[in-house]
Ligand binder design. Structure first.
Ligand code: AMP
Length: 632
């Protein structure tokens, strides 16, 4: 048995002893009395009665040894601003932000909704919430006002923190105006909003009595020290919304102690990042990768983390490698889409910079195709590690674990189940284990390891019903991904089992996009499917039935209507959900019981056979899809 296999096996067979050892990687205010309480399956409580704090572990405990070391490097190629903060400076900024929260009456258990671009204040805000025991809910800036309002109503925040605007590709992206609109739509708006005024939106106007200026509050709290609020390990640290099969996003609730331990252990065993080294994660703080590997994990590990606002190819395709050289990055974490974008650029950028400090590049969030995996490995001459995880887990499920054993990388696979995960590939029919090379559902036998979601915010029943009821005979966590295991134990992910699509690593529910399309007054019915895309992995494609056919009577009207529908999606959900095309049909393919045949539509759109059509109500509906696709 290999060293990693033994490590993994022990994490399951001697679960409590294993995690007890990992728990020593972080600071505890009070030790735990029990490693894992699994007396109410599938709910797991890790490090019971232990008290800790994420902000303390990310900042305070490093002050004596690395107060003058850089903790956060902020680089914006959009504004030209580059600024770094030592651990001591970060401590000061977070204390100021935490002081603001205290003054505004925000404390333990209160929710704070953060809707911010990639600026240092977003990191201060997250860590400040953690410091005072408030629960942050960061919403990705690409979501539009209506999506934001849904999340506000679910989290019921006491406070929101935003900025006037973000920047992307040289263009200003409004934030505050979307907050204004969301607060008009929301049933439970917070009374106050803190705004970081970057001076980008020249028309920025605070709402008197509601909007507070970050810079003014910061000044007023310049010398404030805000004590850490110790939390029992299972108390929530944050909520992060993610999409599923319904139109209503789920609030993934994360604990405190289990998350801190899982992240600290992952930095040691998976990412191999050492204190004093630099980590560069190219995600956005609005996604789980940003939470875990821009903010919390590198800081918990005493590393320097880079927060980058900008595109990977601006000012040129060498910008990320320039950052690697300049800041001696040793661990990099990016996405397959970014790798595919870089693959299309001039290869000269990959040899222009000194990448000798770089040890590994990790990619996650969507399937990594074998040619891109091979290309990046050859281009960088470094191990490129594909690893697989979900918002729900907060850290990797499948990965090479090179801190334990340098197992060979097989192209196109995220390797092996990570320690702590009792991962099985199960037959959908009877929940028995699939054979080698047989496709099945990727499932995790509970308890989920530390760091994974503890429940759906405010809805324990939804947690159980969504994730643990796929197999009638066994209460097992379903990832909703298909997978196979080969004879060498390597795992391959083969796409989702549900109606969720993945656009450039961003998970979107087709139902969510359909609801946004239907927000247009002339749309009666719609089907949205994810269609393979060379760069983004998948793109949404819509087939819609209109109420008033007169509005699409000529090609010009049709084109105008399509534009309007896309604009409706932008407004309702955000441009990330905008379909690449909206085709108009008079009938959608459905089963006799009225279920949309999304898989058949998707197959046709990808030039494949539509599969079993015995249940279709009217075959003419598929002909319309064919014609629409042919006409382009
Ligand atoms: P999210 O929660 O938005 O990160 O999306 C998680 C989903 O992304 C998973 O359920 C998979 O469908 C997909 N995914 C994430 N990482 C990988 C990977 N390395 N390979 C294949 N699919 C992935």
């Amino acid at each position: 048995m290999g060293a990693y296999q033994a490590f993994h096996q022990r994490s399951l067979s001697e679960r409590d002893a294993f995690w007890d050892e990992q728990a020593a990687l972080i600071d505890w205010h009070k030790p735990h009395t029990q490693v894992c309480d699994f007396s109410h399956p599938p709910f797991a409580r890790w490090f019971v009665e232990g008290e800790t704090n994420l902000c303390h572990n990310a900042i305070d405990r490093h002050l004596s040894a690395r107060g003058d070391q850089k903790a956060l490097i902020y680089i914006s190629t959009e504004t030209g601003i580059e600024k770094s903060y030592t651990y001591r400076e970060l401590y000061k900024e977070v204390n100021r932000a935490a002081g603001m929260l205290h003054t505004l009456g925000v404390g333990k258990g209160d929710r704070v909704l953060i809707y911010m671009p990639m600026i240092a204040e977003a990191v201060f805000a997250m860590l400040a919430c953690a410091r005072v025991g408030a629960i942050h809910s960061v919403v990705f800036g690409g979501f539009a006002a209506a999506s934001l309002a849904t999340r506000i109503d679910d989290a019921k925040p006491a406070l929101m923190i935003t900025a006037d605007a973000g920047m992307r590709g040289g263009r200003a992206i409004p934030y505050k105006p979307l907050v204004d609109e969301a607060l008009r739509l929301a049933q439970h708006p917070p009374r106050q909003v803190i705004v970081v005024n970057r001076g980008i939106d020249k028309d920025y106007k605070p709402v008197v009595g509601r909007d507070l200026d970050y810079a003014t509050l910061r000044k007023a709290h310049a010398e404030v020290n805000t004590p850490v609020t110790w939390l029992e390990s299972s108390e929530p640290s944050y909520i992060l919304y993610t999409s599923g099969t319904t139109g209503r996003p789920k609030g993934v609730q994360r604990d405190t102690g289990g998350y801190a331990v899982a992240l600290a252990a992952s930095m040691k065993h998976i990412y191999c990042g050492n204190p004093g080294e630099t980590m560069f994660t190219t995600s956005d703080i609005g996604w789980v990768v940003g939470h875990s590997y821009i903010v919390y994990a590198p800081l918990i590990a005493g590393m320097t983390t880079i927060l980058y606002e900008g595109l990977p190819i601006r000012p040129d395709a060498g910008i990320w490698w320039k950052i690697v050289e300049q800041y001696k990055v040793s661990v990099m974490f990016s996405s397959p889409t970014a790798a595919r974008v870089l693959k299309k650029q001039d290869p000269v950028y990959l040899s222009k910079y000194d990448l000798s400090t770089l040890r590994h590049v990790f990619l996650a969030g969507e399937p990594l195709d074998e040619p891109t995996h091979r290309w990046l490995t050859d281009a960088l001459q470094k191990p490129v590690i594909d690893h697989y995880w979900q918002t729900e887990t907060g850290w990797p499920i499948l990965s090479a674990v090179h801190g334990v054993e340098k197992t060979p990388i097989k192209m196109g696979t995220p390797s092996f189940p990570v320690y702590g995960y009792n991962l099985q590939i199960l037959r959908e029919s009877d929940a028995t284990e699939a054979a080698v090379d047989e496709k099945g559902v990727v499932a995790i036998v509970p308890p989920l390891p530390p760091g994974c979601m503890s429940t759906v915010w405010g809805d324990d029943e939804r947690f159980v019903n969504t994730y643990f009821t796929s197999f009638r005979s066994r209460q097992i966590y379903a990832t909703f991904d298909w997978g196979i295991r080969d004879k060498d134990g390597y795992h391959f992910i083969l796409g989702r089992t549900d109606d969720v699509i993945n656009v450039a690593g961003h998970r979107l529910g087709t139902r969510e996009i359909e609801e946004a399309v239907q927000s247009h007054a002339n749309i009666a019915e719609v089907a949205v499917v994810g269609v393979a895309d060379q760069i983004k992995g998948q793109m949404p494609l819509a087939f819609a039935v209109v109420k008033d056919g007169g509005k699409i009577a000529t090609p010009e009207l049709k084109a105008a209507q399509e534009k309007e529908v896309m604009a409706a999606v932008d407004k309702q959900l955000g441009a990330i959900g905008r379909p690449s095309r909206v085709h108009f049909v008079t009938l959608l393919p459905k089963t006799r019981s009225g279920k949309l045949l999304r898989r058949s539509i998707q197959a046709l759109a990808e030039g494949r056979d539509p599969g079993d059509l015995t249940t279709i109500e009217d075959p003419a509906a598929l002909d319309q899809i064919r014609v629409a696709l042919q006409q382009g």
